[in-house]
Design a protein around this ligand. Structure first.
Ligand code: ADP
Ligand code: MG
Length: 701
């Protein structure tokens, strides 16, 4: 029966070559199957019939039973015509109006014949009218397959102009169900349908197009959403399993002196339980024969650096080198300093390689990397240059994954026959739902706990008009010995303008916080890296009180004594960026503050962002709000948004179904990884078919 679904769409009765062409072009419908899978956008309740004398307060679209008693063509203006008809029921009369297709409609309409009309109601001078009503003979209406809830399908202007109205699509759908006898193969195993009390595939498809009731519609939607997400999860999880199977990695079997020594004698603090947990997860991966591909998520300040170092020590214990790649020079420096400090009492050779590394040093680094005497290299993109060759790279750690594409990740791979283990660290929390869908092929570890003793940052929103009070507040803080960040937005398109804002800000702050009592630093994108670093260092060493900056300080900078973050034009920042910026403070023992400055004019979305920031410090909660505000495509960038071309499920709204689907996909694959059990036969067929299609999973690799 399902072979029928492969039939080209023009063969469906009522379609033909011309409409077939339109359907292909406009809705990407090529076969019966594609039409079947064109799910309605929404539904209109057609269980209710209205009387004409009830039209005062009705929904915009109504249906009425009655008849036409009079019809005429009216000329208005130059050569313009409209067709009007008087429509009555036993309570009153109204007008039907057509501006197009007049001739055809006039010929086909029957006077004094019972019709059901449906459409939008207009009221004018106490008279009601309905332009271009959908009309159906009462008998035909009663007999039609159409259900009480009427489906409204996605459409395009071209389609409606060419007469493929929603009604026509409905008709086609009915025809499709007739020709296929509404028999569609079940896709899910019986036990799952039973366990989850899903309605059968047939019933689901029928009710998604012709819902008999709201209740059946909900069941149909649930069933189809589950199925969609379930198959995606099967693909992603299988892919991950295959990778673990096929891609060999260096097994780090030994826990040797470097690691043990550090763990026993040089830990500067006790690890949090979350840090211990992720270390264990990572060690499990590293100990196996498969290449690790793991995403380490941890909010700013959650302590990812020490986890990174300990993983690198494990690599060294097994005779391998390790590298850590950061997106910016400042960050690379910071990592270099932090890791060198942590490892200072170990006998480890650690170096840094960035764009500004001097030629002589660069040469030494290249040599040492090749002969293996350099254990840990930290750097920027410079690490990806062809000249950089490792003796035996065993572990590559990538910080802030969003800035390195998949391509770059794989560039590190090519440096060895057996690829290094990959650990991607990110402080941008990705909501779990999204992570599961997008990174199903990466394993995920989460540090979901901050080191003890941190006071939650207090966040407030202040209007520019209250600036004097804010200044007074920061003077107090400086008095107490604290340091302050003031951040200005930098948006590429208007860089000059932003730069002007920044410089104006710098001038007025320098005036309000004059030397010699105060000293003010500034860091922005137009400065040379050396100057930037020098200024950052001055601030980090406490030589200046205020750091004025653009978003260059967004990632990674660690100055525990800084306790106030002021964000100017905060409405111009996205949520995740605001959260990242806020993470620059609250790193010491003191109470820290984040002040979001804005003008009075704010969009609703900006207000939501600001409120969210004031309400919570939890990066995951913020990420969830962000996801709702912006949609998944925006968050992940356009390149990845294709992943989310779901047919019916919605990653935000249907997260519970996603969890359920994932749970059952994992369970199924645990029991029958190759889907060879008889009850999984159909599943396997569909699975293979999906895998062949060039679609979402292709670039999640
Ligand atoms: P991030 O995850 O943002 O990279 P870091 O690794 O920079 O965080 O750690 C933030 C700060 O917390 C650092 O000053 C670090 O020394 C400290 N830290 C990390 N782990 C712990 C811990 N378990 N106990 C106390 N302080 C810790
Ligand atoms: Mg960090």
């Amino acid at each position: 029966m399902n072979n029928l679904l492969e039939t080209p769409i023009e063969y469906l009765k009522g379609v033909g070559p011309q409409r077939g062409e339109l359907l292909r072009k406009e809705l990407n419908i090529h076969k019966y199957r594609d039409l079947l899978n064109l799910y309605p956008n929404r539904y209109i309740d057609r269980t209710r019939y209205y009387k004409i004398n009830q039209l005062q307060n009705t929904p915009t679209e109504v249906q009425i039973v009655g008849k036409i008693i009079h019809i005429k063509t009216v000329e208005f203006g130059k050569g313009k015509k409209r067709l009007t008809a008087t429509f009555i029921d036993d309570t009153g009369e109204m007008e039907l109006v057509w501006f197009q297709g007049i001739k055809w409609i006039r010929e086909s309409i029957k006077v004094n014949f019972p019709y059901v009309i449906f459409g939008k109601i207009n009221a004018f001078n106490g008279q009601f009218s309905m332009p271009h009503p959908e009309m159906e003979g009462l008998e035909e209406h009663k007999a039609s397959l159409r259900s009480a809830m009427q489906s409204i399908y996605p459409s395009t202007e071209k389609l409606s102009n060419k007469g493929i109205s929603n009604k026509v699509i409905n008709k086609m759908m009915q025809q499709l169900f007739i020709e296929t006898h509404s028999l569609f193969t079940e896709t899910l195993p019986d036990y799952l349908i039973h366990e989850l009390q899903l309605i059968p595939k047939n019933a689901a498809l029928f009710n998604i197009h012709f819902p008999k009731s709201q209740e059946l519609l909900s069941k149909a939607q649930f069933r189809l959403k589950f199925e969609e997400l379930f198959f995606i999860q099967l693909q992603l999880i299988t892919k991950n399993l295959i990778r673990k199977h096929k891609i060999k990695g260096h097994p780090f079997g030994n826990v040797g002196d470097y690691f043990t020594d550090f763990y026993k004698y040089h830990l500067p603090f006790e690890l949090t339980n979350a840090q211990k947990k992720v270390l264990k997860e990572i060690r499990n991966d590293l100990g196996s024969n498969a290449q690790m591909n793991r995403l380490l998520q941890g909010d700013v300040g959650s302590g990812k650096t020490i986890v990174a170092l300990m993983c690198m020590l494990l690599a060294m214990d097994n005779g391998f080198q390790a590298c850590l790649m950061a997106p910016t020079e400042i960050l690379a420096n910071q990592h270099f300093n932090g890791i060198s400090e942590l490892a200072k009492s170990l006998n480890v050779n650690i170096k840094i390689l960035t764009g500004s590394t001097k030629t002589a040093d660069r040469k030494t680094i290249h040599e040492e990397l090749e002969n293996g005497s350099l254990h840990i290299i930290i750097g920027t993109h410079a690490l990806l240059e062809d000249k950089v060759k490792f003796k035996n790279l065993g572990l590559a750690i990538i910080d802030e994954q969003h800035r390195f594409g998949v391509e770059q990740r794989s560039k590190l791979w090519q440096k060895n026959e057996i690829p290094p283990h990959i650990l991607v660290m990110t402080a941008t929390p990705i909501p779990r739902t999204l992570a599961m869908s997008l990174y199903g092929d990466l394993d995920i570890s989460v540090i979901d706990e901050l080191p003890p003793g941190r006071k939650p940052i207090q966040t407030v929103h202040r209007y520019d008009s209250n600036r004097l009070k804010v200044w007074a507040f920061i003077k107090d803080e400086i008095e107490k010995g604290r340091q302050i960040y003031i951040v200005y937005p930098l948006i590429q398109e208007s860089e000059t303008l932003d730069y002007k804002d920044l410089m104006d800000g710098y001038e007025s702050i320098s005036r309000d916080f004059p030397l010699p009592k105060y000293s003010v630093s500034i860091v922005h994108g137009k400065m040379k890296p050396v100057e930037k670093d020098a200024e950052m260092i001055r601030f980090a060493e406490g030589k200046t009180n205020i750091m004025i900056a653009t978003t260059v300080i967004e990632v990674g900078v660690n100055v525990p004594n800084a306790s106030v973050m002021i964000i100017e034009s905060a409405e111009r920042f996205g949520l995740s960026q605001l959260h990242q910026l806020r993470g620059r403070v609250g790193r010491g023992a003191e109470q820290s503050y984040c002040i979001l400055m804005t003008g009075h004019k704010l969009s609703n979305e900006s207000k939501t962002r600001l409120e969210t920031m004031c309400k919570t410090n939890d990066g995951f909660e913020i990420a969830e709000v962000d996801l709702k505000l912006r949609g998944p495509g925006d968050i992940m960038g356009t390149q990845q948004s294709g992943v989310l071309n779901l047919q019916i499920a919605d990653l935000v709204k249907d997260r519970d179904i996603l969890q359920l689907a994932r749970h059952h996909a994992i369970k199924l694959l645990k029991e029958d990884a190759s889907m060879t059990k008889p009850e999984h036969k159909k599943l396997r067929e569909i699975f293979i078919e999906m895998g062949k299609k060039k679609n979402i999973w292709n670039y999640i690799s």
